[in-house]
Design a protein around this ligand. Structure first.
Ligand code: SAH
Length: 232
């Protein structure tokens, strides 16, 4: 993909440091997560995705800081720890088909695509979705399908999904997404009325279609928008 120059070695070292920080953070919130380490497949995926390729040019130095970063259009690339936590919650397997709402810069999409068989991702802001698609294609990902539009309606043509991940916050889980999740499978979604009161939630759909919900961590995501709005 890239030549093994000094820049790559710096990025690899920074990525290593990020992984150590994530491993430490998992232990700090082990009681909330119900585990003290993430699935090794999730950590391996984070170790393979070049995060510096997903942040704006001027922010490359901060690519591996364990914090969210602005990506334009008032949106942010999620903090690496939260990307790891949400991916882990989905209990993905190599054959999984995943629906992602909120492509953003595509970093979370890449992490999913490293583990799962196929990722269907929907972004509301066309410019963000198109640039994420170009970026992911240039990085060599061939198992991702892209769509522009309101992700709250899901992508019924490819349902049911083995996992659903929503990277913007809603007050309640969008019914179409619950509907398109296969029985026995999981959804990760930030839920809450305001940015201050959100919880990252794990939803598990039972064989009978009933959904069990567990709040995992307090989070602060941008809202899942419900219609065209002014982007800055
Ligand atoms: N996973 C992304 C997160 C980006 S922030 C990343 O790490 O880069 C949330 C994203 O959700 C934004 O790009 C926003 O435009 C998008 N979004 C908000 N509401 C949406 C909706 N109804 N449908 C699809 N995407 C939406």
């Amino acid at each position: 993909m890239t030549k093994d120059g000094a820049g790559d070695r710096t990025a690899a070292a920074a990525r290593d440091a990020m992984m150590h920080e994530i491993a430490r953070d998992v232990r700090l919130v082990a009681d909330r997560l119900g585990k003290d380490e993430f699935d090794p497949a999730v950590m391996a995926a984070l170790g393979r995705v070049p995060r510096e390729a997903f942040v704006p040019e001027g922010r490359r130095a901060a690519a591996y800081v364990n914090a969210p970063l602005p990506i334009g259009h008032g949106q942010t690339i999620s903090q690496p720890f939260i990307v790891a936590a949400m991916t882990d919650m989905l209990a993905l397997r190599a054959e999984s088909r995943v629906l992602e709402i909120g492509t953003g810069c595509g970093y979370q999409t890449a992490v999913l695509a490293e583990i799962a068989a196929r990722v269907y991702t929907i972004e509301f802001v066309a410019e963000l979705g198109e640039s994420a698609a170009r970026r992911l294609e240039s990085l060599g990902y061939t198992n991702i399908a892209y769509r522009t539009g309101d992700g709250r309606a899901g992508w019924p043509e490819h349902a049911p999904y083995d996992a659903v991940i929503v990277t913007a916050a809603a007050e309640t889980p969008p019914p179409a997404l619950v509907e398109q999740l296969a029985p026995g499978r999981r959804m990760a979604i930030p839920l809450g009325p305001r940015r201050e009161g959100q919880e990252l939630c794990l939803l598990i759909k039972g064989a009978d279609g009933q959904v069990a919900r567990r709040a995992i961590l307090p989070v602060a995501f941008v809202p899942l928008v419900s219609g065209p709005r002014c982007q800055d």
